[in-house]
Design a binder for this molecule. Structure first.
Ligand code: NAD
Length: 435
């Protein structure tokens, strides 16, 4: 089949690459000329394990191409996916500007009836608007648009795996044929498909993200209490996670969630509830806890040193999670700004995100390109992102290279025993301090 994908961020590029991998002919449309030129040469604009070879393979096979031109992109497409961004607006709602622009461009470009598939995360009811926006552009023609909601659940950092082995494909359609068409596109993946009405599909996406955010904030509150009461949150989470009704994933205590989805989607769901006159009380608490967790490392350092004014701090990890260079809503930015405001000197190292971080962080932050170099002469270390490189690190390096061998681990990637053996002072989340 032939598919077009509007928007080639994480979601759009993956949708395009995976559909081409399944043998479909795919054309990806993006308004960013620079990005399209880069991708045309086989270079993904994002860091994501496994993406580049799959993209190159399908480009060379002629099944995947890129354009800025909607007419070229939409020509003869059986389905047109919308995967543009839906960032948070100034009121905490989903900004639908890019979705609307994409709809207008699609409506002006198509030359037949069209099935439009919404992958972008959009508030419940938006697909009705999408249909209206496209059909408005088609008003002088005999063509019509059908819409299907097909929310995306990939996780940055493991997106190839998540796309090929997704737990489920959600297809929300009021038009049976349009839903069948999308199901046929995914058929080779042999994944469980759940068919719903459009509004339920839109809601599944928000409810899933909000639930995961809630799980993270829940374990972070247990961590706060564990520290005060003398329990070890890692042992608590391991014990809880064995219960199949709870499950072990998203029970890692730490410095809170970030990224382009959880913060904005929880806010947007709260906003939707508010619009319906309902106050989503749980989500207020989820957000409050998350904000509190982002200050935990700095509070621990202040308790330890009294003041961090003039101290040298090494921050390990900048991206919001490992295996990606995405800096959107990264807790590292909040933490570094807190440190700078308190007069600390910050050096930072990240295996992939330094280039993107450079445009976001204040210029006084020293970005170092090697882990060991970042540690030299530092008063203490903050571990902010749980990259495998840090997990593999010989912890004794913190003792050897820093002034006093003090590590504040915001992701609990080391065991208390490892810290003891390395002879460092080890502060983590929800566990006793190791001296
Ligand atoms: P992104 O911001 O990385 O990419 C959006 C892309 O759309 C950009 O390349 C931009 O140039 C392009 N664009 C903007 N307007 C356009 C237009 N009119 N026509 C064509 N292209 C246009 O976004 P993302 O992170 O891929 O997210 C896309 C959507 O998917 C969002 O709604 C997001 O909430 C959702 N989502 C994201 C993830 C994730 O992990 N990033 C996971 C699931 C769902």
């Amino acid at each position: 089949m032939k598919a077009a994908v509007a928007g080639t961020g994480y979601v759009g590029l993956f949708t395009g690459v995976i559909l081409s991998e399944l043998g479909h002919s795919v054309i990806c449309i993006d308004t960013d000329r620079g990005k399209v030129a880069l991708m045309d040469m086989g270079q993904p604009p994002i860091h994501e394990p496994g993406l580049a070879p799959m993209m190159k393979k399908n480009l060379e096979a002629g099944r995947l191409c890129f354009t800025t031109d909607y007419e070229e992109g939409c020509k003869g497409a059986d389905a047109i996916f919308i995967a543009v961004g839906t960032p948070e607006d100034k009121n905490g709602r989903a900004d639908l500007r890019f979705v609307r622009e994409a709809c207008m461009s699609i409506g002006r470009a198509v030359t037949s009836d069209v099935t439009v598939v919404t992958k972008s995360t959009v508030p419940v009811g938006t697909n009705d608007l999408i249909k209206d926006w496209i059909n408005f552009e088609l008003r002088d023609s005999s063509f019509e648009a059908s819409v299907v909601s097909n929310p995306e659940f990939l996780r940055q950092g493991s997106a190839v795996h998540d796309s090929l082995y997704a737990d489920r494909v959600i297809i929300g359609a009021d038009d049976q044929n349009a839903g069948d068409l999308v199901e046929a596109l995914y058929f080779p993946l042999n994944l469980p498909v759940i068919r719903t009405d459009i509004r339920s599909a839109e809601m599944i996406k928000y409810a899933s993200n909000a639930f995961l955010a809630m799980k993270i904030s829940f374990i972070n509150e247990i961590a706060q209490l564990s520290e005060r009461i003398g329990a070890d949150v890692e042992e608590v989470a391991a014990g809880m996670g064995k219960d199949e009704r709870i499950g072990s994933r998203f029970l890692q205590a730490g410095i809170g969630y970030g990224g382009s989805c959880f913060p904005k989607d929880t806010k947007a769901l709260k906003g939707m509830a508010g619009d319906m006159g309902y106050s989503f009380k749980l989500l207020d608490a989820v957000e409050q806890v998350n904000m509190q967790q982002q200050t935990v490392l700095v509070e621990k350092a202040l308790n330890r040193f009294g003041s961090v004014d003039g101290l040298r701090v090494t921050v390990l990890g900048l991206s919001f999670k490992p295996n990606t260079d995405d800096m959107r809503e990264a807790p590292s930015v909040v933490i570094i700004n807190q440190l700078l405001a308190l007069g600390a000197h910050v050096s930072a190292y990240d295996p992939a995100a330094a280039a993107k971080a450079k445009n976001i962080l204040p210029s006084s932050v020293r970005l170092v390109h090697e882990l060991e170099l970042s540690l030299y002469n530092s008063d203490f270390v903050f571990l902010v992102t749980d990259w495998a490189e840090f997990k593999r690190m010989d912890l004794r390096k913190v003792k050897w290279y820093t002034k006093q061998g003090i590590l504040f681990d915001g992701r609990n990637i080391f065991s208390s025993e490892e810290a003891r053996q390395a002879g460092i002072e080890y502060h983590s989340i929800g566990r006793p301090v190791i001296y």
